[in-house]
Design a protein around this ligand. Structure first.
Ligand SMILES: Nc1ncnc2c1ncn2[C@@H]1O[C@H](COP(=O)(O)OP(=O)(O)OP(=O)(O)O)[C@@H](O)[C@H]1O
Ligand SMILES: [Mg+2]
Length: 306
């Protein structure tokens, strides 16, 4: 459905994308996970024809995006990272404006707007100006704009940043419905829980490179050890890293000491030994399957934002 081959893009000295290769299947919910400046927006901008790559090719449903951007635009809808809305206009008028830009008009546009406002749970607010909307409501209008021409592919660039948890959940519900409608979705985020909740496959991007790609399970298997053990500690002040370093595969988290390895018994013993050597009181011991966070940390050597 979406084939990205050897995609590169630079801005001056910055290599924003370095030879990216990705395939997304029809109807798939695909996540692009990466920290600040990883190249997520650059990727989405190229995929949505806003930006031309230096090198490489993209096909959507077999259609070459670079040679036929107008054809590509009919297939895709994009929800940009920054809201593209007129605050002084009502939600319906914003949709009307964008619909006309897409070449839609008359009763079919009106019917489409009514349907989308309803789909977004905004039908009673359609005639209110966006200045009166919450951040989450504006995000839903932004999403409605992307869906006006009923595209089969949807690109979403961090569509839940800066909104509260409840509003996020409303967007997840809407995205779940779109997934059921067999839309092909590419979703960028730096929130791991969104990837775990929404996505069937994920690529981890950092400094313009794809570090890993696959299902969540296959990514978890990439890292050493299949399981993780968390030793919860009594005193949260112990969170500060100790002067002498912890052994490989062991680190301190918000809750306690986390270790990964393939033998759970060995692992528990190792962690308990570390705790007793340091005089740390153990509150509880929990067995976990390796988290995507650990995968991310191992692949990129850095934490995601907040
Ligand atoms: N128009 C531009 N001019 C110069 N540099 C740019 C431009 N757009 C992006 N960059 C640089 O390219 C790199 C990738 O940026 P991009 O916006 O794609 O990252 P991102 O993953 O979307 O980050 P964020 O999570 O902050 O949105 C960064 O180093 C960025 O500074
Ligand atoms: Mg971005």
């Amino acid at each position: 459905m979406i084939e990205i081959r050897n995609l590169s893009k630079h801005f001056g000295d910055v290599k924003a994308l370095k030879n990216i290769n990705l395939s997304v299947q029809q109807g798939e919910f695909f996540g692009l996970l990466g920290p600040n400046g990883a190249g997520k927006t650059t990727t989405v901008n190229i995929l949505s024809t806003l930006l031309k790559p230096d090198d490489g090719s993209v096909t959507l449903n077999g259609l070459d995006l670079l040679s036929d951007p107008r054809g590509a635009k009919r297939l895709l809808g994009v929800v940009p990272q920054e809201l593209a809305l007129y605050e002084e206009l009502s939600a319906a008028d914003n949709l009307h404006f964008w619909g006309k830009l897409y070449g839609m008009q008359g009763n079919s546009l009106k019917a489409r707007i009514r349907h989308l406002l309803e789909f977004m749970g905004l039908n009673d607010r359609g005639n209110d100006r966006l200045t009166t909307f919450s951040g989450g409501m504006k995000r839903r209008v932004n999403l409605a704009v992307a869906l006006l021409h009923d595209p089969v592919i949807l690109f979403l660039d961090e569509p839940t940043v800066g909104i509260d948890v409840q509003s996020r959940h409303r967007i997840y519900e809407i995205l779940g419905k779109l997934h059921q409608q067999d839309k092909t979705i590419v979703y960028t985020t730096h929130y791991l829980e969104e990837i775990e909740r929404l996505c069937e496959r994920v690529a981890i991007i950092d400094q313009g490179e794809i570090k890993a790609e696959g299902t969540l399970d296959s990514l978890r298997q990439l890292i050493q050890g299949d399981s993780e053990v968390l030793v919860m500690l009594d005193d949260i002040s112990l969170k500060t890293a100790p002067a002498d370093p912890l052994p490989a595969g062991v680190r301190l988290t918000d809750e306690g000491l986390l270790g990964s390895g393939d033998d759970v018994n060995d692992l528990v013993q190792k962690l308990v030994t570390i705790c007793s050597a340091r005089g740390w009181n153990i509150r509880d011991i929990e067995l976990k399957s390796a988290s995507l966070e650990t995968v991310f940390l191992q692949l990129t050597g850095k934490e995601l934002r907040d």
